[in-house]
Design a binder for this molecule. Sequence first.
Ligand code: SAH
Ligand code: SF4
Length: 435
Amino acid sequence: MNFADTEVILSILKSQGYSISNTPEEANVILLNTCSVRDNAEQRIHGRLGNLKKIKEKNPETVIGLVGCMAERLREELIEQKKMIDLVVGPDEYRRISEYIDKAFDGGKGIGVRLSRTETYDDIIPYREDGLAAWISVMRGCDKFCTFCVVPFTRGRERSRNLESITTEIKQLSKRGFKEVSLLGQNVNSYDDNGRDFADLLAAAAKVDRTIRIRFTTSHPQDLSDKLLYTIAENQNICNYIHLPVQSGSNRALELMNRSYTIEHYLDIIDKARKIIPGVSFSTDIIAGFPTETDEDHKMTLEVMMRVRYDGAYMFKYSPRDGTKAAKMKDDVPEQTKIKRLNEIIDLQQKISFEVNQELIGGEEIILIEGTSRKSDEFLAGKTDTNKVVIIPNKNGLKRGDYVSCKIIRATSATLFGDEVKLVELNGKEIAQTA
Ligand code: SAH
Ligand code: SF4
């Protein structure tokens, strides 16, 4: 989401005459787009600011600004504490960012933080380098108020973008040769453009160019509809991949988190999705050590992981965020216990990912080639529509942006290895090779 926002900021600044410099040392303005969702995201920003200090000392004229959620959350406090910061601008005020930069150039401090109920940046075409994959924010903010989460406070109320503004953006991406579009929102399932829901948006997005893969994130389990599942099943270019954060396997913890679903409801969705979309893969988010979490609760989380057998997971240690309801609860799970539980969750997921990937050996996968493998030019790397990385031999003139089918010959927990590569269309239909 922050990458997508950065592209909005770049677009706004470019239209006002700014250009992108190659290194921070050459820049007149350095903006850090920040995340507040977990404490370690904020700690990393403090680290980055430490690195930029030298640049500021050498050239005090350089304007250094924080944008994004940390700017919204900490506002003047940041400016007061960190003398090197010249401006703080929250996620809803990027249209006016150059005014705050000007203020900083004039020796003042640019503080432009204000959440809006309506800003969606509909009319701003994000600045994107040519490439294969693009993000499109389809909504902003969140109304769910999960008790651990700072997002509703830093990003404000939920609002959806106009459907046509999104399909227009996809049309432009199609003309430029993009092959993958990810639709982003904190809870895409509550997308609502005057009665048109997220399934309608997905179907419209998929129709723009059938050679473009459509991905989306994040789905809140409470609002995932059957209509959405059927839409994924019916459109070949909508990826068979659902990120469905569970957070915990314990109904008691889910209630304290205000997640508004039970594990039974969650597992029903998983079963239903697997029936409607054969081969669908799932990933999830899990929090270890939420206030009052017992060994029993933790065991229930491990059990859900074994029951669902996620293809992947993002796993976090709970950190209290100021202003949230959970921050008022006693953070009573000792640090060592949190770490131990998180490690158990990570180890289990690694084992499950390994097993799930082993089961794919011998089968065929269709992948979109993204470029050469990080380790060697002799191999290409691509992704399946279930979001798995596949490494294949680099031969027969294959290139970035090609869809190929391949036979899986080996797998680790993170990567598949394929051979017997054939050039195909997105739907798997073979294309006669001219090379
Ligand atoms: N909108 C998405 C989540 C966005 S935040 C959803 O509802 O699923 C991404 C993930 O960060 C969350 O799913 C959660 O697992 C984690 N997270 C959020 N706040 C956290 C906190 N205070 N401590 C630890 N993890 C947190
Ligand atoms: Fe945060 Fe919950 Fe909204 Fe996700 S749904 S952004 S976790 S409040």
